[in-house]
Design a protein around this ligand. Structure first.
Ligand code: HEC
Length: 125
C-alpha cells in the first residue's frame, strides 16, 4: 500500500488542528468561568445555578435561575454581559444583582456569558 499526502489531506489536517485547538481553548475558558462562578456568583445563584444560593432565602428579588432555558434563551448576550458588568441596575433590574466591573475584566465576563449558555443549554444570541 502506497501512502501519499495530497494538498487536500494537508488542508484537512490543518482544519483538524485548528478544531482541536479551538476546542481546547474553549474548554480552558469554561473551566476558568466555572471557578469565577463558584467564587463570585454561587452564594446567590446557587451551586446548582438555579437561583437558590445561600443568600437567596432572604432576598426580596430572587436571583435569576441560570438553568431556565426559556428565560435565558430570550436574553441576548449583550444583556447578560451588561448585567454582569454593570449590575442589575444597568439592565433596569434589581440592585441586588451586584456589578462586577473592577472585579472581573471584560474577557472574564465574556467567559461567564459563554458559560451561562452551557448552563442554560441555550445558544449565543
Ligand atoms: C448578592 C447576590 C448576587 C450575586 C453575588 C450575583 N448575582 Fe446575579 N443576580 C442577582 C439577582 C437578585 C438577580 C435578579 C435581578 C432581577 O431579576 O431584578 C440577578 C440576575 C442575574 C442575571 C440576569 C440578568 C438579566 O438581565 O436577566 C445574570 C446574567 C446574573 N445575575 C449573573 C451573575 C453572575 C455571572 C454573577 C457572578 C459574577 C452574579 N450574577 C452574582 C443576585 C446576585
Amino acid at each position: 500500500m502506497k501512502f501519499s499526502l495530497n494538498m487536500n489531506h494537508v488542508y484537512a489536517l490543518i482544519a483538524l488542528g485548528i478544531a482541536v485547538c479551538t476546542t481546547d481553548a474553549a474548554k480552558a475558558d469554561e473551566a476558568h468561568a466555572v471557578k469565577l462562578y463558584n467564587t463570585y456568583c454561587v452564594q446567590c445563584h446557587g451551586v446548582n445555578r438555579d437561583g437558590n444560593g445561600i443568600n437567596s432565602a432572604n432576598m426580596a428579588v430572587k436571583p435569576r435561575d441560570h438553568t431556565d432555558t426559556k428565560a435565558m434563551g430570550d436574553t441576548p448576550d449583550e444583556t447578560l454581559f451588561k448585567a454582569i458588568k454593570g449590575g442589575g441596575l444597568a439592565v433596569s433590574k434589581s440592585v441586588l444583582m451586584p456589578k462586577w466591573e473592577g472585579v472581573l475584566n471584560d474577557d472574564e465576563i465574556k467567559e461567564l456569558v459563554a458559560y451561562l449558555r452551557v448552563v442554560s443549554k441555550t445558544t449565543a444570541k
